[in-house]
Design a protein around this ligand. Structure first.
Ligand code: CAA
Length: 257
């Protein structure tokens, strides 16, 4: 696997992945996306990792799919590539992904961000689905997840005009979780990841799955799934430990069992 376009390291039980193509504002080429999906799957399967932190650099989280990859492609060629299979791999990651977003989060970059679970945005971040400027529309969920996040009125405004949202707007519309000072964007996201990483892995996976069900399922089905996950957790050592630790006024020591 060629990994230069992705840097990654482990800090305690957090996997930190950085998209690393600064010359093209972290444009998401097909090989980069394939390697990202593989890396995420590796960390998802690694019991020593509890949370994944995904980041770009200060100027760009990611300015979209690599336009060069698509410029001369036909419909048939795009269909044959089946690039959205990679996005399905990313969607299937079970562990929480925290996004540390600074600079541009556009097109496929915004779509990648929306596959993450907690989005920490620098006050300088800019968001958009500007595919309309290229004569196309978003293809990795940008018309759907974006609309579910911000509502139809704002989604139409952004998707049809190609305009960018500021971090302040993105927060007010519910596209991102928190906006932080630009000097500390990465540290703030790491701190959130560290806080989440202290929780029990089984409950974290259940919580992520259940919240995501709210986007995919009718309410009655999602509620019954939530109840099933809730009951299942009572057969885990982490539930016993969490409740014992509360009674004994100490921090829980979750083991993921
Ligand atoms: N693909 C390929 N290269 C890109 C890129 C992209 N998405 N975005 C930026 N780059 C490259 C530029 O070509 C430029 O390279 P050169 O120095 O070799 O010319 C370099 O990154 C720096 O970019 P700019 O000089 O344009 O920087 P700027 O500060 O003037 O503008 C920007 C920044 C507004 C983000 C502008 O680069 C831009 O509009 N980029 C494209 C954004 C976009 O349309 N994204 C959607 C892509 S399609 C998609 O994502 C489809 C999908 O849903 C799956």
């Amino acid at each position: 696997m060629s990994e230069q376009h992705l840097l990654h390291e482990v800090d305690c039980n957090i996997a930190i992945i950085r998209i690393n193509k600064p010359k093209v504002l972290n444009a998401l080429s097909l090989p980069l996306m394939a390697d990202l999906a593989t890396l995420l799957e590796q960390y998802d399967a690694d019991d020593s990792i509890n949370v994944i932190l995904l980041s770009g650099n200060e100027r760009a989280w990611a300015a979209g799919a690599d336009i060069g990859d698509m410029a001369t492609a036909s419909s048939d060629e795009m269909r044959r590539r089946n690039q959205f299979a990679i996005w399905e791999q990313i969607k299937a990651i079970k562990k929480p992904i925290v996004a540390a977003v600074s600079g541009f989060a556009l097109g496929g970059g915004c779509e990648l961000m929306m596959h993450c679970d907690i989005i920490i945005a620098s006050e300088n971040a800019l968001f958009g689905q500007p595919e309309i400027n290229l004569g196309i529309i978003p293809g990795a969920g940008g018309t759907q997840r974006f609309t579910r996040a911000v509502g139809k009125a704002t989604a139409m405004d952004v998707v049809l005009s190609g305009r960018f949202l500021s971090a302040k707007e993105a927060l007010s519309y519910g596209l991102v979780s928190r906006v932080v000072p630009k000097e500390h964007w990465f540290e703030e996201a790491l701190s959130v990841a560290k806080q989440v990483a202290t929780k029990g892995p089984i409950a974290l996976r259940a919580a992520k799955a259940s919240v995501l069900n709210a986007q995919e399922m009718p309410l009655s089905k999602a509620l019954s799934e939530e109840r099933a996950l809730f009951y299942d957790l009572f057969d885990t050592n982490d539930q016993t430990e969490g409740m014992n630790a509360f009674s004994e006024k100490r921090k829980p020591n979750f083991t993921g069992t």
